[in-house]
Design a protein around this ligand. Structure first.
Ligand SMILES: C[S@@+](CC[C@H](N)C(=O)[O-])C[C@H]1O[C@@H](n2cnc3c(N)ncnc32)[C@H](O)[C@@H]1O
Length: 206
């Protein structure tokens, strides 16, 4: 007898858990190894993802960049919304997360890069792009090494096309200290259905 889709999904999850490949296991392991760089104990909620991505103009997106994808909590949702000829470049400093993403996501529009968000311009140029339409960040800005937060904000402002935006979700509103010097127009919202509740920012390049 063939298993129902729900049963098959449960079986896949059980297998992934046993093999240590389940996203939650991978994420928690990443947190234990690099607590300061990962900055969170569990991935973002579905409600946070939907709200954060709701302001993206997908029809005019050729390049979407994600900083700190971790185990890819956002990646599938971005790929689902993206046009067939668009590209998603996901940049993470953690080699374990990058090789996990390369194994799990086989979509030809997806590129996983082991590197730092601070080098975004060099990374997108290396993949043939002058500008990004949107950049999404799940980086723990407040725990990044000194000087890295301001550098990432400045490099991102330079990497974006006019009309594009830097999408940032954070647990602390202190991230505004990094965004304010680079972006004149910043929209803000809060998502309570997340552990912990998150601050959401859309910093527009006008
Ligand atoms: C809180 S986790 C984000 C997880 C995921 N985006 C989510 O929503 O569940 C932060 C991620 O940022 C990565 N990271 C930290 N510093 C970075 C940097 N300078 N450039 C790129 N990624 C970085 C960490 O390795 C980690 O995967």
């Amino acid at each position: 007898m063939t298993a129902s889709p729900a049963e098959a999904a449960r079986k896949r999850n059980r297998k992934a858990l046993e093999g240590g490949e389940h996203p939650l296991v991978m994420f928690f392991r990443g947190f234990l190894k690099h607590p300061v760089m990962v900055g969170s104990i569990i991935p973002s909620s579905g409600k946070l993802i939907d709200k954060m991505l709701s302001r993206v103009d997908w029809a005019n997106t050729k390049l979407f960049v994600e900083y700190g994808p971790g185990v890819g909590t956002f990646c599938g949702h971005i790929l689902e919304r993206m046009a067939p000829d668009a590209t998603l470049i996901a940049i993470d400093t953690n080699p374990d997360f990058i090789s996990y993403l390369r194994r799990r996501i086989t979509d030809s529009r997806f590129v996983a890069v082991e590197g730092s968000a601070a080098d975004v311009r060099e990374i997108i140029a290396h993949h043939g792009f002058e500008h990004a339409d949107y950049v999404l960040s799940g980086l723990p800005f407040s725990t990044l090494p000194a000087g890295i937060g301001p550098k990432i904000a400045a490099e991102t402002a330079n990497a974006l096309r006019v009309g594009g935006a830097f999408l940032v979700y954070q647990f602390s509103p202190k991230v505004r200290d990094f965004l304010d010097p680079e972006f004149e127009r910043i929209d803000h919202d809060v998502e309570l259905w997340n552990i912990p509740p998150a601050q959401l920012y859309w910093a527009w390049k006008d």
